[in-house]
Design a protein. Structure first.
Ligand code: SIN
Ligand code: FE2
Length: 216
């Protein structure tokens, strides 16, 4: 997939103040671009299957994960961290699809490429509790997320855990950028809306988050 999607409407959530820098780009990827990206993802998942990892507290996550790039986000009894190898196959992670690298260069940082792409798979039961993305070395780099398949009920809060939250729907092809003051906002997925998209055979949602995990 070579074409860069045309990014027309960028709107920024202006309230509460701590969500400034959260940019939503609804429909950033059109249907052919979503399908091409899904094909790239599924080809890589053959070698790096989705795994339901365990939290440091010993609870299996409801979201199944894999990664692309030099580093993959990992959790087990030893804690949260980035690792260069898949936790069950022991192989290096597959490379990051070019379309995602292009999107990062356009929207996040033209000079420093991402070194980690977390790939989350949500079935109808999966959820992700409110958290911050803070396992990366330099919070100056944004987190760029691309949604494929069923719509997510995405929850965004503020910089502090108790801050008010609001719910935003992330549909297939939507891009969300946590940048600037919003880089460390709390966020999570309340649930997905099964049947809201026909992109993924069998249903479900895939979310790809691009990060710069190691120091640049
Ligand atoms: C995440 O925070 O890792 C995933 C967010 C999402 O699935 O939209
Ligand atoms: Fe996150």
């Amino acid at each position: 997939m070579s074409e860069i999607p045309s990014i027309a409407p960028i709107w920024t959530l202006m309230s509460p103040a701590s969500t400034i820098g959260l940019r939503l780009l609804p429909g950033a990827l059109d249907l052919p671009a979503q399908q091409a990206l899904l094909d790239e993802v599924m080809a890589r998942v053959q070698a790096a299957p989705f795994v339901r990892q365990v939290t440091p507290g010993g609870k299996p996550m409801s979201v199944a994960m894999t990664s692309f790039g030099a580093l993959g986000w990992t959790t087990d009894a030893s804690g949260y961290r980035y690792e260069p190898r898949h936790p069950t196959t022991g192989a290096p992670w597959p490379d990051i699809p070019q379309a995602l690298l292009d999107l990062w260069a356009e929207l996040a940082d033209p000079k420093t490429p991402p070194d980690a792409c977390l790939v989350n798979f949500y079935d109808a039961q999966a959820r992700m509790s409110l958290h911050q993305d803070r396992d990366e070395a330099d919070f100056g780099f944004p987190v760029l997320s691309v949604s494929l398949g069923d719509t997510a009920v995405f929850r965004v809060g503020g910089l502090k855990r108790g801050d008010p939250t609001r719910s935003v729907r992330l549909a297939s092809g939507d891009v969300c950028l946590l940048a600037g003051e919003a880089r460390l906002i709390h966020h999570g997925v309340d649930r997905i809306l099964p049947g809201s998209s026909r992109l993924i055979p069998g249903g479900g949602r895939i979310n790809l988050t691009l990060r710069r995990a190691a120091p640049a």
